[in-house]
Design a protein around this ligand. Structure first.
Ligand code: MG
Length: 387
């Protein structure tokens, strides 16, 4: 019996985690559920899964949640509530599916409590991979990725000597604008950016996939998860989204993981690792799949990859700054306040203005994150005036 605490239960990944738990029919129990603000869905999930603890990030909604859950469920709220859900005694594994850097402190709390981590929130490793991985190593805690590419890599290197990894090939669908010329990118609307050709995901990651910033974040995620240098992680455009990533070893052999683009597969793998079971998930039919193609990305049209590699090489607080600026920029783009190509421009400019200092402790990472959000917001006003 696996008992999990699920942080971010009402989001795109969180709801799919519960779908997988349902399919596993009693093999996984839910100890705690935490969500940001969707009280209605969280209460429905709590009635279905009967966790011992339910937490809502938005403390103003705690009364509503209490009423909906009934007296037998413990209800908490706010940042302390998240930490409590992350460290809850009864859970063996904590699924981190929180949008963005708010997942960072609960992840550290779960590691400190000795929980195995199933990690969907790449931003946690982008902002503070050096802190999270060191802490996990000290506590002997395993981090299993849920991000599909990283789950693929994790599966490819299973049982291999980490020192024998030569190159990681992160596959990218290319997003909805893979073929769109540079001039046309200037006029892209949020509606168009939200139409991903192969994956159904939350809004932030869908826009990140369109700018390729998602792949940039994933380069940094991969270097921490698998202990490689950033230049060992290469991006290949693979429009069919069947090969979820590949690893080339020092002898030249390449191992790939394939499947349909369906997040439930990496979720199930992370929940049950190392076990594989049949829960009736749809199969890729290799006899009919046709062509699988690969090509290098166009970094001139998609500067996010260059920015991410730069941030990874500089290290320290720079990846946290890039990540926070991107979060702000994507939000403004979705509100129609800046254009599509302004997103990476804002991120690049915020990075240019950032003065690195110190050794990137948790406090320094969090304050760089806050600085980047303010700076990106100021930049947005400059862009609005210029437009
Ligand atoms: Mg991914």
């Amino acid at each position: 019996m696996m008992r999990i605490s699920l942080l971010g239960s009402t989001g795109s990944i969180g709801t799919q985690v519960l779908d997988v738990v349902e399919r596993l029919g009693g093999r996984v129990q839910v100890s705690a559920l935490a969500a940001h603000s969707n009280v209605e869905l969280l209460a429905r999930q709590a009635r279905r899964w009967r966790p011992g603890l339910v937490c809502i990030g938005d403390a103003s909604k705690v009364g509503e949640l209490r009423e909906a859950c009934g007296p037998e469920t413990r209800v908490t709220a706010g940042a302390d509530g998240w930490i409590e859900a992350a460290a809850i005694e009864s859970a063996l594994k904590v699924v981190i599916a929180v949008a963005g850097t708010p997942g960072l402190e609960p992840t550290l709390a779960a590691i400190d409590a000795g929980k195995e981590i199933a990690l969907a929130s790449k931003e946690v490793l982008v902002a503070a991979g050096h802190i999270v991985m060191r802490r996990a190593a000290e506590r002997g805690v395993r981090i299993i990725p849920i991000d599909s590419e990283h789950s693929a890599i994790f599966q490819c290197i299973n049982g291999e000597d980490p020192a024998s990894i030569e190159t990681i090939f992160l596959t990218a669908s290319g997003g909805p604008f893979a073929e769109v010329p540079k001039e046309e990118l200037l006029r892209v609307t949020p509606e168009r950016a939200l139409e991903h050709p192969t994956w159904r995901m939350g809004k932030k990651v869908t826009v990140d996939s369109a700018t390729l910033m998602n792949k940039g974040l994933e380069i940094i995620e991969a270097r921490w998860l698998f202990g490689v240098r950033p230049d060992q992680v290469r991006v290949v455009i693979h429009p069919q989204s069947i090969v979820h990533s590949m690893v080339r070893f020092v002898d030249g052999s390449i191992i790939a993981q394939l499947g349909l683009p369906d997040m439930r597969l990496p979720i199930q793998y992370a929940l049950l690792y190392p076990e594989r079971v049949d829960t009736g998930l749809p199969r890729a039919d290799m006899e009919r799949i046709g062509t699988l193609s690969f090509r290098p990305p166009d970094e001139e049209r998609f500067p996010a990859l260059r920015l991410a590699r730069e941030a990874a090489q500089i290290g320290g607080t720079m990846p946290a700054v890039m990540n926070a600026a991107d979060e702000v920029a994507v939000g403004l783009f979705l509100e129609g306040k800046i254009g599509f190509t302004d997103i990476t421009q804002m991120v690049g400019e915020t990075m240019r203005r950032h003065v690195q200092g110190g050794g990137a402790t948790l406090e320094e990472v969090l304050s760089a994150d806050a600085w980047a959000r303010r700076t990106a917001a100021d930049l947005a006003e400059e862009i609005a005036i210029a437009n």
